[in-house]
Design a protein around this ligand. Structure first.
Ligand code: FES
Ligand code: MG
Length: 575
């Protein structure tokens, strides 16, 4: 029996008398539940983004079994259900086109069903923010459990990181320093176990960020997917969600402004992905928590990067877990965190991290001896080329390019650039600024990860490995390079990026956070008068809905009508 006096929403289904109660219980009994499971106990939905098309999430149904153990043990009724799965390795044109669709689906599924609390099982990049956005708009007691990273990749005695090694080795192959056979061997060695990318890419970043937000149990972000401790944590998560329902600890009470500030600081300390910026803005938008692009810059100015993981560093998530994982990082930056913030564990951040230790200082540095100095995280640039902002991950960039003026080489389509990049006669120098546009939320459509555009073959052959690249796209969290991303407004809604021409001078000045197009106003006004918006890319279906309603990067690229929430009120009867 539920120990709460408060009527649970599931009671309006399973506690109903007459025809509706008959219907709601009878069909559920075909699953062989004992008579007393409909006695008013908390009903816990376990939303799984399991799919064999999403290898990073292919073990989540096993993890769900461990969550169920805990729910049963604490007197709840666990019911697992699928939510749309989004897998980076396969989905085209980009999973980001579908993040908001997952959010919308999860929101509606949770509200429409007899659920009192939800455990969210995610892994691959977009599944974590998509589920959280949807859950935030319903605001039931909610706990997230990410699926954990793969074991370290291995290649000829070296550790190799998913994503990062793909970008690096394929560039080596283009430069003629590796063969296709070498790469085939790396392909086999990179993905050795179940789990998500084991670099500090977007999946690992979002796992850490959710732990820092306080919506997953302490320590849960880093433990490898195949480690028995992850299953023990899932068992504990199942127990805890029942308590959360009985205490009515709703998601909005966890995801406060304080939680976001902690997450933003932790993201800087781990050297997290630029994608966290977009996702956190979107989640905050669902809850009405005020959060701006500048928060990601100002809140992190005093946060050094402590974690030495690829793509910026040397190690991988497995090493991070054994070194103490996120609790060890949060202990180190504790003076910068809101320690009294209450998390899904039912305890404060201070309680969660008390006793945490670091076991390997090569992997997790200290405030006194960080891996990289403060200010090496994500910076926000504004200026005549990006009036609504752009971002740059300093730790992935080259120091000599942080202040740079060079001539633009402009491409309207990423496909055109990819062809040109292999042209041995491409008119390009190390000073050139590559501009790729129409790759934003509306333009592509779907805001793909094409912003770390490959280096021109001609420069690679000369040993040049980095140059300034600017786009309205995103970049994989495993990517690197001096890539200015998320330029807003994007080109296809008429942002200044649309007006740049090859040869125009572009100035980047990270110390003053500026990104400017050095073309005078009269000339720009003239160009604008001749600008035509591109034709819509779809005349029906989800892509049309998305393109008509997607917000710009500085608003998290949510759909305008999905911002905010509708709560968990029980809908009208279906029969
Ligand atoms: Fe799924 Fe990287 S591809 S986590
Ligand atoms: Mg990724």
């Amino acid at each position: 029996m539920s120990t709460t006096d408060r009527p649970l929403r599931s009671g309006q289904w399973f506690g109903a008398e007459g025809r509706n109660g008959f219907i709601h219980r009878s069909w559920m009994r075909n699953q062989g539940f004992a008579d007393d499971v409909f006695d008013g106990r908390p009903v816990i939905g376990i939303a799984t983004t399991w799919s064999e098309l999403t290898p990073c999430n292919a073990h989540l149904r096993d993890l769900a079994e461990s969550v169920k153990r805990g729910v049963w043990e604490s007197g709840g009724l666990p019911l697992e259900f699928p939510a749309m799965s989004l897998g980076e390795p396969l989905m085209r044109p980009t999973t980001m086109l579908y993040r908001n669709l997952l959010a919308m689906e999860l929101e509606e599924l949770v509200r429409a069903n007899p659920l009192d609390g939800v455990v969210l099982l995610s892994g691959c990049d977009k599944t974590t923010p998509g589920l959280l956005m949807g859950a935030a708009s319903v605001d039931l007691p909610t706990l997230m459990m990410t699926g954990g990273p793969m074991l370290n990749g291995k290649f000829r005695g070296q550790d190799i990181g998913s994503g990062t090694v793909v970008w690096r080795f394929t560039e080596e192959m283009r430069a003629g320093r590796m063969t296709a056979a070498d790469c085939a061997e790396a392909e086999v060695g990179m993905s050795r176990s179940r789990g998500h990318c084991m670099t500090m890419g977007t999946a690992s970043t979002m796992a850490c960020v959710t732990e820092a937000l306080g919506v997953q149990l302490p320590g849960a972000a880093a433990v490898p997917a195949v480690d028995s401790r992850r299953y023990a944590l899932a068992h504990a998560a199942g127990r805890r969600i029942v308590d959360m329902v009985e205490q009515d600890q709703r998601l909005s009470s966890v995801l406060t402004r304080q939680a976001f500030e902690n997450a933003i600081r932790v993201n800087a300390a781990i050297g997290g992905s630029t994608n966290a910026v977009v996702h956190l803005l979107a989640i905050a938008g669902r809850l009405g928590v005020p959060l701006s692009l500048e928060d990601f810059d100002t809140l992190t100015a005093d946060v050094p990067m402590l974690v030495n993981l690829m793509p910026s560093g040397a190690y991988l998530m497995e090493d991070f877990a054994y070194a103490g994982g996120l609790p060890a990082v949060m202990t180190e930056i504790a003076p910068l965190l809101h320690l009294d913030h209450v998390t899904v564990s039912g305890k404060t951040v201070a309680d969660n991290i008390s006793g945490a230790q670091c076991w390997n200082r090569d992997v997790i540095g200290t405030m006194a001896e960080p891996f990289q100095a403060a200010g090496s995280g994500t910076v926000v640039l504004r200026g005549s080329l990006a009036p609504s902002g752009a971002v740059l991950k300093v730790s992935a960039a080259s120091a000599h390019l942080l202040t740079h003026t060079g001539p633009a080489l402009v491409f309207d389509r990423i496909e055109d650039y990819v062809v040109a990049a292999d042209d041995p006669d491409l008119d390009v120098t190390p000073e050139t600024v590559i501009v790729v546009r129409n790759a934003g939320p509306r333009g592509y459509p779907g805001f793909p990860e094409v912003g770390n555009v490959p280096m021109p073959r001609r420069l690679l052959a000369d040993g040049i490995t980095d140059m300034v690249r600017i786009s309205d796209a995103r970049m994989s969290g495993t990517g690197y390079g001096t890539c200015i991303l998320h330029v807003a407004p994007e080109a296809s809604v008429g942002g200044p990026l649309a007006l740049v021409r090859t040869g125009d001078l572009v100035r980047i000045d990270v110390p003053t956070r500026r990104l400017d197009l050095l073309v005078d106003d009269d000339e720009l006004a003239q160009r604008r008068s001749g600008w035509q918006p591109p034709r819509p890319t779809a005349d029906r279906g989800w892509t049309r809905l998305y393109s008509e309603h997607v917000l710009q990067a500085d608003r998290g690229a949510d759909l305008d009508f999905l911002v905010g929430g509708s709560g968990s009120a029980v809908p009208r009867h279906s029969h």
